[in-house]
Design a protein. Sequence first.
Lengths: 337, 350, 294
Amino acid sequence: MSAAITDMRSSPRPAGAKALMRVESVVKHFPAGLGQSVKAVDGVSFEVREGETLGLVGESGCGKSTLARLVTQLLPVTSGRIFYEDVELTKLRGEKLRQQRRQMQMIFQDPFASLDPRMTVGDIIAEPLDNFGVMKGRARDSRVQELLRIVGLNPNFNNRYPHEFSGGQRQRIGIARALALKPRLVVCDEAISALDVSIQAQIVNLLEDLQREFKLTYLFIAHDLSVVRHISDRVMVMYLGKIVEIADSTETYANPKHPYTKALLSAIPVPDPKIQRGRRLVELTGEIPSPLHPPSGCRFHTRCPIARVPAPCAETEPPLEEKARDHLAACHFSSDV
Amino acid sequence: MPTPILQVKGLRTEFLTDGGIVRAVDDVTFDLYPGETLGIVGESGSGKSVTALSLLRLVPDPGRVVGGQVLFRNEDLLQISEDDIRQIRGRDIAMIFQDPQSSLNPVLKTGFQIDEAMLAHGTPKGQAHARTIELLKKVRIPAAESRVKDFPHQLSGGMRQRAMIAMGLANTPSILIADEPTTALDVTVQAQILELLADLNRELGTAIVMITHDMGVVAGLCTRVIVMYAGQIVEEGPVEQIFDNPQHPYTWSLLRSIPRVDALRHERLRSIEGIAPDLLHPPKGCRFHPRCPFRVEKCFTDEPSLEEVAPNQKAACWVTMERARREMGADELVDIRPGAGSGVRRGELR
Amino acid sequence: MAVTVRVDAVSEPVQASLWSDAWRRLRRNRLALAAAIYLILLVGVAIVAIFYTPYRMSATGIAPDYATPSLAHWLGADNLGRDQLSRLMIGAQISLIVGVGTQLLVLAVGVPIGLLAGYYRGWLDQVVTFVINVFYGVPDLLVALILVFLLGPSLANIIIAIVVTRWMDMARLVRGQTLALREREFIEAGRASGAKPMKMLFGHIMPNALGPIIVQATFGVPSAILFEAFLSFLGAGVQQPTPSWGSMAKDGVDAIQFAPHMVIAPAIVLSLTLMAFNFLGDGLRDALDPRSRR
């Protein structure tokens, strides 16, 4: 194991790197009766570069979980296109879509609910293999054991049931399952949020090791901004169904170009009393608006400390554009942030 | 040192389960001083929430408080009558919980529920209503006069929690126990609530016991902290000292396993090996020894007690980080497996 | 391998599977255990009756009409001088066949319908719900009587009549379970790992709904037995000379003034059997309840 003090995030993938996944103007509205709809994701465009970890953060109602499911097509889009390499995922149906799933897998939040309690661990991990008839018999069994070893579990655990394991171990089982088909892209939907703090570190390290070993690309969704900063090369911030900022993770945290990002960062508690006492919280007025009726113009203007109303903030929606090299933000007054 | 307003001595709480007895709180002793903010921090299974519930005899079945004393104003709260403890709950010692959704009655108006808290302790009706509005203003709920008539589901998560705080403070208690009040909230809302609690503590002088798993929260709000593991206190002391110089390997490891948003470089997190202890069959000797990088022979057999390791700072450890640094090179340690520091392995984890 | 391997400890496995855990808990329920033993004995008697009964069940006049219990005839004789005990034993076969047979068919019909309706929702669900409600609207006794009248009173037709009026309970239960389970994360995980819909339904959802399904089926058996007994009591059940507990009870009620022993035996055994299934069903429900597990 290499020494602890290494800077492994020294090279986030540059802008020209190959995009493994491209999301173009994706919209997802959920009908909510009476002609209304919840605008969970409302026009989102970004790319996931090969080999990177793209973090996705936001508070409740921002649409990040919905976006995770759209990316893996567990939910169909209302409009927009999603490309995996050159394949247009949003055009695929049925069996063709199912075949595509071999490339992109998902790790879920709840280690207790994401494993079928009636199946043995071995069967759970092998299920992706079974679904595609990839391996049978001895080959299948040895792959299951190999996967258990890879995630740091005893290979003899394959006959046990999920309820015999702790939360962290179950999450490892979920990771093993996600790796079974040797996917290129893994979507981690709050994969560590339900775990104890000390176990989170284990899983974060495991994910990083696996990424290096198997050249994986991660879309890492979380609400814990400290963890996201740690594990991600680039970070996307969402608010009320839209992306407000995308940039290199160190850059985002050091020089945010959107007032929401700045407010978010000021709210993260730092485990150091001397520093924490001296920090100033950027107060946001009001509450998060309902996704049924997002505010006009810039969605954030109702709570923004630097908004100029009515023009332009309440009237024109700011486009997500480059404010600095490879640093995009959707704000009329980025320079004031 | 002023006299403490609450003295917990040797508290023991057990749960009777199918598989046996779970010692959720095992011989916990600490003091609470007037007006201070005390953090009780730990992960799941540490016993922090059960400790809080035990203080007010609110432990649900199949749990029971089986030993110890909780001294408040010269009375042992564990011994007084049901009527008496009911008087104290909500009036002298108040508690707020993690999920305001389930703590507030969804079919009653919010204002009414806060009124109730005061009426139950003898405040006349007219006074209660006016005070409710005053309280809602104090917890910074905008448009308090109209919010009073709202039902809980009409309020956002943050506002519900503020309403809970208002309810807790209704009878100006001397102690407010907050059990993970911000865990279920968004980070921006959490920051506001913590600021509110800090301001209320300064203004009203109410002592706050903050139960949390988040070291950042402790760092911001608390003056003293107690670290719990497997039902026991493993370290306690002033917040600056504990964060600066933790003496118990668990505290030390915990602080190193948290990614810092202000870190300058990406350093691999130092996780804690192993899994949370099985409270049905806790490890012999020191409960942390199966996961401790600095364990020695004695840790396997003898349970350490809380000893003073620095002025005002206590830790329950045979080794302590001071020795781990001196003799085991703790700060440069790369291998964090149990026993790696001292070389005492006694067999790998199964 | 570059990846660090850390072999984690696992706590002692208290039980290997959820089924053995349920079995352990069922064993502790004395009432359910007693019920189970009774039912096993009953099945034993029914099996024995295939090969041996003290007398032929249709033999008339082998004892005086309405004879009271004696050493030769432990339960006495009925209005045609037939041995009650032998007829009771055959009656056990009838009841069990009807009870279990109807439930097997109810499972075969209700489970797939419930699964499909609950999983796919949409128009399929609406059609199924509509059909279920229509079936509920019709009084079951009436339907059963009409069916038996039209098709003829054979054992098979009685079973069909009961199934036609009872499948909806199972379908509704399974639909409800499916609706709840399909939102669980492991179902999403199954889809994400490429499972086909049939695999989702029968590999993931059904096994997790098995607990309530089994309990429902267990409660369905006494309900069917009682229904058959009632039909027999009305004369629309199994025809003579084949005895059913219900028809035996009917004959007994007709003679209750002067030969009360005739009604007592079938009435008691019917009640005990119904109670036993109900206690067993209760015990199963408690044993299989995932919430009581640690």
